[in-house]
Ligand binder design. Structure first.
Ligand SMILES: Nc1ncnc2c1ncn2[C@@H]1O[C@H](COP(=O)(O)OP(=O)(O)OP(=O)(O)O)[C@@H](O)[C@H]1O
Length: 233
């Protein structure tokens, strides 16, 4: 379980998160949804231990997030941070040397599913294919927490839905929990168990997607419209 206890984060003068309290359960795929600048990436970076809260605590499996969580958390960043001169295969091999939980066989499977060419150099990959490589590298780690910041943003809308569905087969929800931010809500709706809505650094609502579909017979997009209409700006 991931816990935010009275968490605030201020970057110099910019308040990104304001007194957040939430528990994110294990074994679920949880979407953090919100407008640009609402604080989504900040939440993910705090979980991954890349930044520290200004106030409060973030805990992953009761471990306060700091460097140690890199062993149990994989983080797909919005940014590309790979060696341009490496090929796809060399990049995967390099990751295998950096993380003892990196499953090279699984990486190869996902790489094939993503239709990536192992001999292609990273610098020659299209933006979409760099996005695919990031997904390969994140999902190939055998860790309990997978944190994905905008993983589908560079993907062609035509393939996005099939990629999203295919990815499910590489996630083991018996052992893994996925936290994802995305603006492509419709495409990931089938994937999500729970939604957390964030606005201006505060959580304004949470919802079980199953309950939403079964009890309220509403899509996530319809529900979000209601949430935004009724929330203070
Ligand atoms: N390193 C930083 N230094 C200063 N301000 C920052 C920094 N990172 C984020 N911010 C600010 O904190 C706020 C929240 O940013 P964050 O990146 O968490 O939002 P987001 O919801 O992920 O946005 P987007 O959907 O555009 O990626 C924004 O106002 C942003 O400008």
């Amino acid at each position: 379980m991931i816990t935010f206890e009275n968490v605030s984060k201020t970057y110099i003068t910019q308040k990104a998160l304001k007194d957040i309290n939430i528990e994110l359960p294990k074994g679920k795929i949880i979407g953090i949804i919100g407008e640009n600048g609402s604080g989504k990436s900040t939440m993910l970076k705090l979980i991954a231990g890349l930044i520290r809260p200004t106030k409060g605590f973030v805990k992953v499996n009761d471990i306060q997030t700091n460097r140690r969580v890199s062993e149990i958390v994989t983080y797909l960043s919005e940014l590309d941070a790979y060696y341009a001169m490496y090929t796809v295969k060399q990049t995967m091999d390099f990751f295998a040397t950096q993380y003892k939980d990196f499953d090279l066989e699984k990486a190869n499977q996902i790489m094939k599913f993503m239709k990536l060419e192992p001999s292609q150099k990273v610098k020659n990959l299209s933006k979409g294919n760099r996005g695919r490589l990031k997904i390969v590298l994140s999902l190939a780690r055998d860790v309990p927490y997978i944190i994905l910041d905008e993983p589908f943003s560079g993907l062609d809308p035509m393939v996005r839905e099939s990629v999203v569905k295919g990815l499910l087969s590489y996630i083991d929800l018996e052992k893994q929990t996925v936290i994802i931010t995305t603006h492509e809500i419709q495409e990931v709706e089938a994937l999500l168990d729970m939604i957390v809505v964030i606005r201006n650094g505060q959580i304004i609502d949470t919802k079980s997607v199953e309950k939403l579909h079964e009890q309220e017979q509403m899509s996530v997009v319809e529900w979000l419209k209601n949430v935004y209409e009724n929330a203070p700006a």
